[in-house]
Design a protein around this ligand. Structure first.
Ligand code: NAG
Length: 253
């Protein structure tokens, strides 16, 4: 390596160091305002740094703050109606991640589940986040950025209890019990590529809202209601911390 290249390499490393020290980790505070215990699940995207936890129990009224690496992308959801079985396995009626343990360990949420999706420190140094009902709904959820700069930094989520309001053909009932525990997406319920934005409908120009996605959009206007719902559903904020509330007030379940 000649002297010039060595110098520029050193300069680049120093520059990289500056960026690393400027981008501190984010804190995510998860709050359970539901009447019952929930079990948050966390899934990192491909090439995303690992998290301190991938799943835990959060009792009603409690909160837990975790440190999220600054370039993390992934999703967070809540599992409900979970049981530690006598045979040492663990499973949940909604949002189960298939790990058979408290920690999801790389498992994603079984639909239907309300998802909070994040890409931290993405394009322009901004965080991108949304709450998605594309994989259905299991409980109300709110994402509130704190202390960010740049970007709109709006709160997003779905505040309404959709389990009660869910169209009959999308409702998920708990085995042997009344009531509804989740609400499927039309894609999951009917497997139609038109609802799934797949096959011939896999672009924003060919996949349109359906009566079902419009139902979700009407009740939860800020949340993603189908795969190409980007314009009204993606939020940005610079270097923020986030509060993620399950069953935000005034709705309690
Ligand atoms: C453990 O018990 C649960 C509940 O009875 C059952 O659904 C599950 O299949 C069992 N798992 C194994 C590995 O035996």
């Amino acid at each position: 390596m000649d002297r010039h290249r060595l110098l520029s390499a050193t300069f680049l490393s120093l520059l990289a160091l500056c960026f690393i020290s400027e981008t501190e980790p984010a804190s995510f505070k998860m709050v359970n305002k539901c009447r019952r215990t929930v079990w948050p699940g966390l899934l990192s995207g491909a090439n995303s740094p690992p998290l301190p936890t991938t799943g835990f129990e959060l009792k009603s009224g409690k909160s837990r703050t975790i440190t999220i690496p600054k370039s993390w992308s992934g999703r967070i959801w809540a599992r409900t109606l979970c049981t530690h079985h006598q045979n040492q396995t663990f499973s949940c009626v909604t949002g189960d991640c298939g790990s058979q343990k408290l920690e999801c360990a790389g498992g994603g949420a079984a639909p239907p589940a309300t998802l909070a999706e994040f890409t931290l420190n993405g394009a322009g140094g901004l965080d991108f986040y949304d709450v998605s009902l594309v994989d259905g709904y299991n409980l109300p959820m709110l994402v509130v950025p704190k202390g960010g700069r740049g970007g709109g930094c709006g709160a997003t989520g779905c505040l309404v209890d959709l389990n009660g309001a869910c169209p009959a053909e999308l409702k998920v009932a708990r085995e042997g019990r009344g009531g509804s525990v989740a609400c499927k997406s039309a894609c999951e319920a009917f497997g139609d590529p038109r609802y799934c934005c797949s096959e011939a409908y896999a672009t924003p120009d060919t996949c349109f809202p359906s009566v079902y996605s419009l139902f979700f959009k009407h009740v939860c206007p800020r949340a993603y209601s189908y795969a190409y719902d980007d314009k009204t559903s993606t939020y940005t904020c610079g270097s923020a911390d986030y509060v993620i509330i399950f069953c935000p007030a005034p709705y309690t379940r």
